[in-house]
Design a protein around this ligand. Sequence first.
Ligand SMILES: [Zn+2]
Length: 263
Amino acid sequence: MIILEYVPMAVVFALGLIFGSFANVVIYRLPRRLSIIRPRSFCPACQKTIPWWGNIPLFSYIFLRARCVFCRSPISPRYFFVELFMAVLFLAAYLTVGWSWKLLFLFYLNFALVAIFFIDMEFRIIPDWFTLPGILFGLAYAFLNPEVGWRDGLIGLAAGGGGLLLLAYLGEFFFKKESMGGGDVKMAAMLGGFLGWQKLVLLFFLASLTAVLTFFAIRLFRPKALADRLIPFGPFLVFAALVAYFWGGRLISLYTERFLAIR
Ligand SMILES: [Zn+2]
């Protein structure tokens, strides 16, 4: 039965929606120093507890037309997109590694990346809450996974932290503006452990390239936006990490075959 092959995919997708819903809670509460566990989900405008049917991932947002059940104040589209992104990433992780122990590590990585993306965008911080356990998980992942290996994982961790310090220094030198902090350094160390140093090189290249392009695009079209706001580097690291994880191997072999003629 071909349809049975879709059952695990649907299960993983649904799990992604649930974790996406939880990520929304974390994204809202962690930077505001509120408890993650209590109280139950509430409307930020009227503070009323949201009933269970107002908390169903994706559907509630659509059926309530992006408004609070009680006070009708608008709900940020972030809630919808976090749930959708998380489910898609969980599914992509399952399709990449299948039912294996690696999936648990990838679920953690995906959860951390999505949460970091939105928290750093809004608050300019990358909480240790994700990166410190992430460094341990990244290293454990490299140790257990022969495709990465403990040596490449350790080098990746050191190169991630060190490389980002260098990038932070260069960024400050060129843009006369501090755009990276300790959170970015810890995040890069975490990603170095997960990816190994080879994919980390690709990650730094992609993150820097997209950050520089975005910087010039903003300077060209919205120069005022640069004056009063720092550009967080975390979202670029998230984007680059996902590309490096899911397509890194193929991109690296394409590059070495085409341009370096190494086979
Ligand atoms: Zn409300």
